[in-house]
Design a protein around this ligand. Structure first.
Ligand SMILES: Cc1cc2nc3c(=O)[nH]c(=O)nc-3n(C[C@H](O)[C@H](O)[C@H](O)COP(=O)(O)OP(=O)(O)OC[C@H]3O[C@@H](n4cnc5c(N)ncnc54)[C@H](O)[C@@H]3O)c2cc1C
Length: 399
């Protein structure tokens, strides 16, 4: 199919160099747009480089939201095809440690079946043979196609693909303000944080892919973006105590995910509300809580060495004023066209989603871009394998 608009002359600026920005940038240049990405820090320095690295099959969300579960599963199949080197060949098990958790099995398996997420019940002996360090009081567990993903390498595959196709990637470059022509955004002012110099870059469209900071960027254009930045803590101990992701067989809650990540065991997470996504100070109580939660699942956790506790920000789509409201928000994503919604032309914002769903978030966003510029080029990111993340560095240093 040929582009109908003059696609190669259409310049799109992407703000935010996390996984979402990487996937949008790659999709844009693959469909023929001219694209530049600005990231205020190192690439992936936001939530992207700091989450657990759980490749979600969707099982965690599926009882509450079948569509999100199905979408995650679909993306897992695609990512394993297009970026296999960013994903470990392990699985996930939702373990029942209590009678109540065992009773949740039926609801959970039914929901997984409806969302096309394959499951396999393992009895206590089978599970302990596979993961001997699990708390022996367990009653069994449901195995699902969760896995460990490399939080850094996965987006770097997308950045490598984008660079190969001519995208310009500028890090340590912070977008400071927008250039308006009437009510239309016609460019951005960018500060090079290494030199302190400012420049103006003209563009036809800005895509706000700044994750937890999306509300702040939108506010620069006088837009009130419905987003809830919701930080959460993770805790790593040295030593790999399990080889598969371990979760609890119950509705998603705090302290119920244990991820083997290289030589570490990561337990997560918690959730709180914050107006300032830059303030990610770990509350002391979280460290105690997560340590106890890990020991409940894997008693040997108490004998391993503390490595680090840190936090990242969930860019939840939708506004909320209390922690309870924030927890009720969907894990789906939202692409907002501020021209139609807020009367500010020339800008889209993306909120919500997960690291696992970066590719489809890129696809849906660029579908909207194509609609805006009357371009008919189909998305190919699900079909074409990405270059290895190492290829990114073959192009020399960033400009
Ligand atoms: C505790 C926790 C655990 C999680 N675990 C998982 C998991 O295991 N699996 C999973 O799939 N998902 C997980 N997530 C969700 C996942 O981390 C996020 O959905 C994802 O990383 C968001 O990526 P992003 O690119 O949208 O945002 P980010 O990675 O935060 O990227 C936004 C970028 O925008 C940049 N920026 C901001 N303002 C500007 C500006 N003015 N100019 C230039 N750049 C700017 C920031 O520096 C940042 O790098 C977890 C989230 C949390 C909080």
């Amino acid at each position: 199919m040929q582009p109908m608009g003059n696609v190669s002359d259409t310049h799109v600026v992407v703000v935010g160099g996390g996984g979402t920005g990487a996937a949008i940038l790659y999709d844009l240049v693959q469909r023929g747009f001219k694209a530049t990405l600005f990231e205020r820090g190192e690439l992936t320095c936001g939530s992207t480089g700091r989450h657990h690295g759980l490749l979600h099959s969707g099982a965690r969300y599926v009882v509450k939201d079948r569509a999100v579960g199905r979408e995650c599963m679909n993306e897992v199949r695609i990512l394993k095809r297009i970026a296999p080197e960013a994903i470990e060949a392990n699985r996930g098990v939702f373990v029942a440690f209590t009678e109540e958790e065992e009773a949740y099995r039926e609801t959970f398996e039914e929901a997984c079946a409806e969302a096309d997420i394959p499951t396999q019940w393992l009895n206590a002996d089978e599970l302990l043979a596979m993961e001997p360090r699990l708390n022996p009081t367990l009653r069994g567990g449901v195995m699902v196609p969760d896995g460990t993903l490399d939080a850094y390498r996965l987006p770097m595959h997308f950045f490598a693909g984008a660079r190969q196709l001519g995208a310009v990637i500028r890090n340590f470059a912070r977008v400071e303000s927008f250039v308006f022509e009437g009510r239309r955004i016609a460019g951005v002012t960018v500060r090079d944080l290494r030199t302190g110099t400012d420049e103006t870059v003209a563009c036809d469209l800005v895509i706000n892919a700044t994750g937890g900071w999306a509300g702040k960027l939108a506010a620069m254009a006088d837009i009130d973006l419905p987003i809830t930045p919701a930080p959460g803590t993770m805790l790593a101990h040295q030593g790999r105590l399990v080889n598969n992701i371990i979760e609890r067989l119950r509705p998603a809650s705090d302290g119920d995910i244990l991820v083997p990540q290289r030589g570490l065991s990561i337990i997560g997470s918690t959730q709180w509300q914050s107006d300032d996504p830059d303030d990610c100070t770990v509350p002391d109580k979280d460290v105690d809580f997560l340590t106890r939660a890990a020991i409940d699942m894997v008693p040997d956790f108490k004998d391993t060495k503390y490595h680090k506790a840190w936090a990242a920000v969930r860019p939840l789509a939708g506004a909320s004023s209390t922690e309870e409201e924030g927890r009720e928000l969907s894990r789906d994503f939202d692409v907002r066209n501020h021209g139609t919604l807020d009367g500010v032309e020339g800008m889209l914002s993306l909120t919500g989603g997960k690291a696992t769903t970066l590719r489809i978030m890129g696809e849906k966003t660029v579908d909207v871009v194509c609609g805006m510029f009357d371009v008919e080029v189909p998305c190919r990111t699900a079909d074409e394998p990405l270059p290895n993340y190492r290829q990114f560095f073959r192009h020399g240093v960033l400009v």
